[in-house]
Design a protein around this ligand. Sequence first.
Ligand code: PEP
Ligand code: MG
Length: 323
Amino acid sequence: DQQRYASIRERPCVTRDGARIALLMNAGLMADLPSLVSSGAEGVGLFRTELQFLTRNKVPRRGELASLYARVLDAANGKAVTFRTLDIGSDKVLPYMKATEEPNPALGWRAIRVGLDKTGVMRMQLQALLRAANGRPMDIMFPFIAQLEEFLEARAHLTREIHRETSLGHVLPATIRVGAMLETPSMAFAPRTFFEAADFISIGGNDLKQFFFAADRENERVRRRYDTLNVSYLSLIEQIVGRCDETKTPLSFCGEDAGRPVEALCFAAMGLRSLSMRPASIGPVKNILLKSDLSEVRTVINAAREAGEQSVRGAVMEYLRGR
Ligand code: PEP
Ligand code: MG
């Protein structure tokens, strides 16, 4: 399949009406990195750091993590990599973490909530990331931010670690960009200061969608029940795009839906200009975007919304078949 899309691999992703869409890949292992070249991804939009924690029987050491992250940056060869700090709890439980019985783990003590309550591991990971950069640019994002204060607190921890690195005489990254993952509907309506405080925002669509529709992403009985192209969900995306535009905050989308061509097309029509997905999806997504006129797709979406449809999928599919 990669073969099929080889002819467009080096082509920048520009739609027929001139919108430039950045296509990035998600990764979590060293073994994923060669896909940066074979897929034509422009960078790693989401590097999930959980695996190194999940596959050990104790917390990995700072030096070990720093050298792994440095190898990730080496392999990226100048392309940007966005590292997400540890996102555990819910479906990802560390074998050596005291199991906390929670009635609703997806709504429980997870991700940044753990990081902010037990700061030791997060601070160690931030140190490892700062050292891994060793003078190169470093992009870090915090998972599962549900209110402004959590982002400010996480960012303050990073600032403290930056000062500590300086006082220890370590080389700092050339640039440090600090982002938030937007995975709860609350953040679409956050105060303006949130959008100003974040250097960039990445929508975690897997979680955002599960919380928006109150449908467990892990539960086979309900997880496919709600269409991503449901007008309510597209309006949420539109709201987030609008909020980020107001403050000129760079916005990306990194859930699985970004890798589905029709979904990706509709997201782009709603204003998203950066999508991060599994490497194998980059070809098919680029293929549909190159052939599309986003303003036409937007007109189809708006017409379906005005007609009172529940989802725009039918209208968009009909448009795609007819063009
Ligand atoms: C998401 O929630 O969409 C996401 C990218 O993070 P994860 O799937 O790791 O929760
Ligand atoms: Mg998530």
